[in-house]
Design a protein around this ligand. Structure first.
Ligand code: ATP
Ligand code: MG
Length: 375
């Protein structure tokens, strides 16, 4: 079976790498000449509104999926009239717009940060008075890795917020006093069966994910599965869905919904019986879902901006390097490292290994603040 993927970045690449083992094949529609997924399948190097390329993709593919919620909704709607598209259009519509996403959560009784929709800067003072300071003004669309976000901590931050609010539709969010950030990643098959990975606990710096560890038997697992199940059912979802969550004294609030495989699930090839990439492909291909049970405790460290010393990484037992083949640029995700912990390691030994890797990728600050009890 042939899976047509809109986009050809690292998420598409990792899906395509998982495909042959499942008897599947991937092809990509993406404008970039140097798209990193391109070596792993047929690549239509064209923009999303290139009619000829889209027609060829439709002719080639049996089913369509996408690697980003920032894909053209018009294209996805039009494709869904011609062949199956998963996750369904309704999921894309909700997840691509922070305002719609929050309203969907609210309608299902799923908690989020307190928020106000902002259509122009004149609405900012009233919303700020209601939500309090600090608050975050986020563009409804196109944001990722903390882009399109203005933190309002003092009057000095106001001009940037006014400019953003007048340029595009935004949501203003109260800052959530979370104890930790976690994510739930689940897959749902066409027949409605849902399977969830063990939770990921995530550490961000400057709005970008740096480190994730998987949590076997987390105390919030059931609560998170219940939330993700509710959203999936409402959306008649097919494929992998990720929920970014804030844990506030044991109560979960949804930060974002991602209708796709997710960076916080990159540990799954090392720490679960099947990866998120396999799970997504199987679901969209109409196959039944395998067990997504935990298999190893592990951590995933993002490589951002610059390539680390590979030999030093190879020397760490349990570490495996995964590079996407992208050229280095500040802030760009270039790859990740999965670190499998041995059941025989003490928390202190685990922390030692993790720290070495964090330092190798320039995350010494995170290495310094971690404690063995966290592992
Ligand atoms: P990504 O692409 O990594 O998901 P993004 O650009 O979509 O990022 P968000 O997930 O909204 O942005 O925010 C990035 C990070 O900023 C969050 O993971 C969290 O650490 C922090 N953050 C965002 N919103 C809030 C909030 N309301 N309260 C507290 N922290 C927040
Ligand atoms: Mg996010």
């Amino acid at each position: 079976m042939r899976i047509g993927i809109l986009g050809a970045g690292q998420l598409a690449q990792m899906m395509a790498q998982a495909a042959p083992g499942l008897g599947l094949e991937c092809g990509f529609l993406a404008p970039e000449a140097d798209a990193c997924a391109a070596p792993y399948g047929r690549h239509w190097q064209a923009s999303f509104d290139d009619q000829e390329a889209v027609a060829e993709l439709v002719e080639w593919a049996d089913v369509i999926t996408y690697e980003s919620e920032n894909v053209s909704l018009t294209l996805v709607e039009s494709l869904s009239k011609q062949l199956p598209v998963y996750p369904p259009v309704a999921a894309l519509q909700a997840a691509r717009d922070r305002g719609e996403e929050k309203q969907l959560c609210r309608s299902l009784g799923v908690a989020t940060a307190d928020f106000a929709l902002i259509n122009s800067s004149s609405e900012l003072p009233g919303a700020l008075a209601k939500l309090g300071c600090p608050a975050i003004l986020k563009t409804c669309r196109e944001g990722y890795d903390g882009k399109g976000q203005v933190w309002l901590r003092s009057a000095e931050d106001l001009p940037a917020a006014v400019e953003q609010a007048d340029a595009t539709a935004c949501v203003l969010e109260a800052v959530v006093p979370f104890q930790r950030e976690i994510s739930a990643i689940a897959a749902r098959s066409i027949d409605g069966a849902v399977s969830c990975f063990s939770l990921s606990e995530n550490i961000h710096r400057e709005g970008i994910l740096r480190l994730t560890i998987n949590r076997r038997n987390d105390s919030q697992q059931q609560q998170a599965e219940q939330l993700i199940g509710r959203l999936m059912e409402q959306l008649n979802y097919v494929g992998v869905l990720a929920l970014e969550l804030f844990d506030v004294a044991g109560e979960l609030r949804v930060n974002e919904i991602a209708p796709r495989v997710h960076n916080t699930g990159h540990w799954t090839p090392a720490g679960a019986r099947h990866s998120q990439f396999e799970a997504h492909l199987l679901a969209v291909a109409g196959r039944s879902l395998p067990s997504l049970d935990w298999s190893n405790d592990c951590a995933m460290i993002n490589i951002i901006g610059a390539l680390p010393d590979q030999t030093a990484i190879d020397a760490i037992t349990g570490a495996s390097l995964h590079l996407y083949g992208k050229s280095p640029r500040p802030g760009r995700k270039l790859g990740h490292i999965n670190l499998i912990f041995s059941p025989h390691q003490s928390p202190t030994q685990r922390l030692d290994e993790l720290r070495k890797l964090l330092i190798l990728v320039g995350e010494g600050e995170i290495a310094d603040r971690l404690e063995a009890s966290w592992l």
